[in-house]
Structures are given as C-alpha cells and as structure tokens.
Design a binder for this molecule. Structure first.
Ligand code: ZN
Ligand code: FE
Length: 257
C-alpha cells in the first residue's frame, strides 16, 4: 500500500492510498488533480472518503463518481453531494481490504468525521480533515469550543505513532503561532526549523504524528502550565479551565499575524 498527498488549490492535500491497482482518495476538492494522478499511475478509483461538507473537500466528488463509478462515503449529518453512504461514530468501513474506524469530531463543522486505521504497514493512520492540523486546529465554523476541544482530545488519545494526515499545508503559520504561545518549547523550535526546510524544497510537512502533536500543538496542550499562562496573559479575563484556555487560543490564533 502506498500513501501519498496530492497538492490541490493553494494549500489543500488530497490524501491517497493505493495497492498498485485500486485507489482511495480523501476529500477530493478538485477532480482534475485526482484524474491526472489516476491516469499517471494507471489506477482505478475504488472509494472516496469525505470528512466534511466544505467545497474544497467535496468539489470533485460528483465528477469523479461520474467518471469512475467510485463508492462515496461521508458523514451522517452534513449536506453532501448525493448519493453517498453515510457513516457515523463507531462505524467501520471496509475499503481496499482495510478497516477504517469512523470517529465523529464536531467543531470545524457540525458533523465532521475522521477515518482511523489502527494499523497499516507498521503504524496507524488518521485522516482528520480540517479538525487537527500540524501545530494547529480548524476554525470553529459550526461548533463550540467545548465540542472542538473534546474532538481534539479524542484524536490526542490515539496511539502516538499514528500518522496524522491533515488536509491543509498550514504548518508553518501554525508553528509560528505556537511559538508565540510557547517560545521556550524546544521540540517546537526544532520542528519549525525542519518544516521550513521541507517547505523550501516544496515538500509536504505531513504526515505528522499524534506523539509529535502532543509536544508541539498548543491546542492539544491546554493542560500545560506554559500554554495556560500564555492564554491568560493574552486574555486576562479567560478562566483557567481547559475549554476556556482552548477558546482563548483559538480566538488569539484567528487574529494572529
Ligand atoms: Zn473545511
Ligand atoms: Fe478545508
């Protein structure tokens, strides 16, 4: 099995998995990117997985289904290009002989889901859409801070070796914000240097891992003293419970330049 991100639009990734013949793609916002890749590698598209309804994740679904007859699997409570198989928390979906577990992660959108594969060639794999980014998290368009905080806590509890496949290359901007929150975090400083060098060579900074994100991502570190202090220095009115710290960080990030 090969796992590979296809760049699309300005900063999206369409994640792909294939066995040399059949492929699955996650969140194909742009059909032409996927079709060119399928042709280049002589693959047939078996399945499309969708994490949430935003157009940059679903815009290519209708054209790809039309061209390939691929099966489409997406969240239960989101507006979606029909027809599709709707899946919910705790469901298992079998794709290319792999068993993905569905985890609902509301926050960015109301019905956002993630797909978790407990083991693939040595490590677990997570397709988390716009919920968890490397060094950051998605904006709260439809959910509350409490929902997003709980969703991130579920992802954070996955095995540390889990490869985290996010759908945007937002890492550098996220890490610069993370450093404003935790300037003394050595892991963060080191990771920023490494990611800068990846981006200079136009390489993806992903996948990340749950273990790494727990060390560098302020949105998974709302229990850390340094993060808590920085959030309360930014907003002295914030209370010290984890959800308030999370909400303060999210609002701070929204205006951070
Ligand atoms: Zn989105
Ligand atoms: Fe997106």
């Amino acid at each position: 099995m090969q796992i590979h991100p296809l760049p699309a639009f300005a900063d999206n990734y369409i994640w792909t998995v294939h066995d040399g013949q059949r492929a699955l793609v996650v969140d194909p916002g742009d059909a032409s990117v996927v079709q060119a890749w399928l042709a280049q590698h002589r693959l047939s598209l078996d399945t499309i997985l969708i994490t949430h309804h935003h157009a940059d994740h679903t815009g290519g679904v209708a054209a790809l289904r039309e061209a390939t007859g691929a099966r489409v699997i997406g969240p239960t409570i989101e507006p979606m290009p029909e027809p599709l198989e709707r899946v919910d928390d705790g469901d298992t979906v079998e794709v290319l002989g792999l068993s993905f577990q569905v985890i609902t992660v509301p926050g960015h959108t109301a019905g956002h889901i993630a797909f978790f594969l407990p083991m693939l060639e040595g490590a677990p794999l997570l397709f988390c859409g716009d919920t968890l980014f490397s060094g950051g998290c998605g904006r709260l368009f439809e959910g509350t801070p409490a929902q997003m905080h709980a969703s991130l806590a579920r992802l954070s509890a996955l095995p540390e070796a889990t490869r985290v496949c996010c759908t945007h290359e937002y890492t550098l901007a996220n890490l610069r914000f993370a450093l404003a929150v935790e300037p003394m975090n050595d892991d963060l400083q080191r990771h920023l240097v490494q990611c800068e060098s990846f981006r200079q060579r136009n390489l993806p900074t992903l996948p990340s891992s749950i273990g790494l994100e727990k060390k560098i991502n302020p949105f998974l570190r709302t229990r850390e003293d340094a993060v808590c202090r920085a959030a309360r220095a930014h907003d002295p009115l914030a209370s010290s419970d984890e959800v308030s710290i999370f909400a303060t960080l999210r609002e701070w990030k929204n205006v951070f330049r």
